[in-house]
Design a protein. Sequence first.
Length: 128
Amino acid sequence: MEDDPIRTALDEHWAASEAGDFVAEHAIYHDDAVLEYPQSGERIRGRANIQATRAMHPRERHFAIRRILGREDIWITEYVITYDGAPSFTVSVMEFRDGKVSRETQYFGEPFPAAPWRAEWVDDLGET
């Protein structure tokens, strides 16, 4: 049952992200948290800097959570961020220390068309 507070904090974090509430969105992070974007080679140090970069984002963003998995100090969220109507499939790996995020790594993937050759073996996931 130790994980319930973290799961609640994650639910609040993603709801605040969708609502554009930058203060509530960043309450989950330690002051010295680190955010990494491996695909762009960027590392942002500190909750204030993480919040500033997100608050200044130039595009309209929406978040749709697909699932959250985790326990103890490692939690993974699969979600879709829609930037100005274009979806980006995203995975967030959050490492917790004392109930707050100390490190987050985010990976982004663009959608691509399904391969026709495997159609007989797959189900359509539907809309993002």
